[in-house]
Design a protein around this ligand. Structure first.
Ligand code: TYM
Length: 346
């Protein structure tokens, strides 16, 4: 029996990184689903408030849009349960139980709380943490990876399809599973496997030394699933490249911008980097190369964009999808937390 589990934060429309690194893989998994597999995909709304969301109405809209976006890329609610994290209280309860096993030292090594707290990085990318910075870090943000471990372990998940930036959190998840099993002399939790997509790290178009991100202040750095073709063209045109050569080859160190575009095309077309490099070797100028990349992205996102428009205008359908997904997931969550309580002696 395999349980595949993953979630995404409702922090606005999804971008190409979320799509190639995660949600398209969820769709593939639905298509390939075997009878012995269970698929659970969700909206991590409790995680989203680790960056405060004081506008409740806006937050509700984002939560809705997240469900519409998951369906828009083709995740099949008949095959996968789609859930809201906040609506299944066992996530938070297990977070507490696991937090009693999680060491500050392990959490301290995680990089996300540092990047989200504007902690300075030195030239080699190391975070320069000082006491006064740490004093301002909120507990929920620090504890974020423990909640993620709880999400995954609550369903005794065996496989977690995510992008590269989540690898660290998955390591902590396996560590906590192991720690629980050892502490309580049980083999209750399986060790979940990190499933990385072929395109596990899509980079920012404006600053290709960092990942494409929803929170990038430069909105032209990310391509969103509901971007109009014209917008996509404009963003690719502005994407930072180089002037090393008018021939296009893959070299992530010397040519991160060009290599990122090649990587995106390779992900979308499900072709190897080598094959894409062969295809783009016909171009001898940036305009033609970038027109080609735009065209590939526009074609790929046409479906999700129109599907998103359809789903976002069907709130009662969205509601029913989540309701039925949660019925199944809640049952499993309650049963597993019950077992955990028993093991621990509650
Ligand atoms: P989130 O919402 O930041 O991103 C959702 C998924 O998209 C992937 N991703 C990327 N992949 C490739 N290139 C990128 N530039 C890129 N940006 C984002 C992420 O790796 C992720 O798979 N902590 C998680 C949400 C979460 C979760 C979980 C995931 C909460 N609980 C349990 C798995 C299991 C997050 O913030 O994802």
């Amino acid at each position: 029996h395999a349980t595949v589990f993953s979630m995404i934060q409702p922090t606005g429309c999804f971008h190409l990184g979320n799509y190639l690194g995660a949600t398209r893989v969820w769709t593939d998994l639905c298509e390939l689903k075997q009878p012995h597999q269970e698929l659970i995909f969700g909206v991590a709304d409790l995680h989203a408030i680790t960056v405060p969301k004081p506008d409740g109405q806006m937050f509700r809209k984002f939560r809705h849009e997240a469900v519409a976006s998951i369906l828009a890329v083709g995740v099949d609610p008949e095959k996968a349960s789609i859930i809201y994290q906040s609506a299944i209280p066992q996530h938070s309860e297990l977070h507490w139980l696991l937090s009693t096993l999680a060491s500050m030292g392990f959490l301290n090594r995680m990089t996300q709380w540092k990047s989200k707290s504007n902690i300075k990085q030195s030239g080699n990318g190391e975070y320069q943490v000082n006491d006064s910075d740490v004093g301002k870090v909120r507990l929920g943000l620090f504890s974020y990876p423990v909640l993620q471990a709880a999400d995954i372990l609550l369903y005794k998940s065996t496989h977690v399809p995510v992008g590269d930036d989540q690898s660290q959190h998955l390591e902590l998840t396996r560590h906590l599973a192991d720690k629980f099993n050892k502490t309580y002399k049980t083999n209750f939790f399986p060790k979940p496997i990190t499933m990385l997509a072929q395109t596990k790290k899509v980079l920012s178009l404006g600053s290709p030394e960092k990942k494409m991100s929803k929170s990038d202040p430069n909105h032209d750095s990310a391509i969103f699933l509901n971007d109009e073709p014209k917008t996509i063209q404009k963003k690719i045109k502005k994407a930072l490249t180089d002037s090393i050569s008018d021939r296009f080859y893959y070299d992530p160190v010397q040519r991160p911008g060009v290599s990122n575009l090649i990587n995106i095309v390779s992900g979308i077309q499900r072709k190897s980097i080598e094959d894409v490099v062969k295809d783009v070797s016909q171009f001898d100028n940036y305009k033609d190369f970038k027109d080609f990349v735009s065209e590939v992205i526009i074609e790929e996102l046409r479906g999700p964009r129109t599907e998103f428009e359809k789903y976002i205008n069907e709130p009662s359908y969205l509601h029913s999808v989540v309701e039925s997904g949660m019925r199944k997931a809640k049952e499993k969550a309650a049963k597993n937390l019950d077992d955990i309580h028993k093991i621990m002696g509650f």
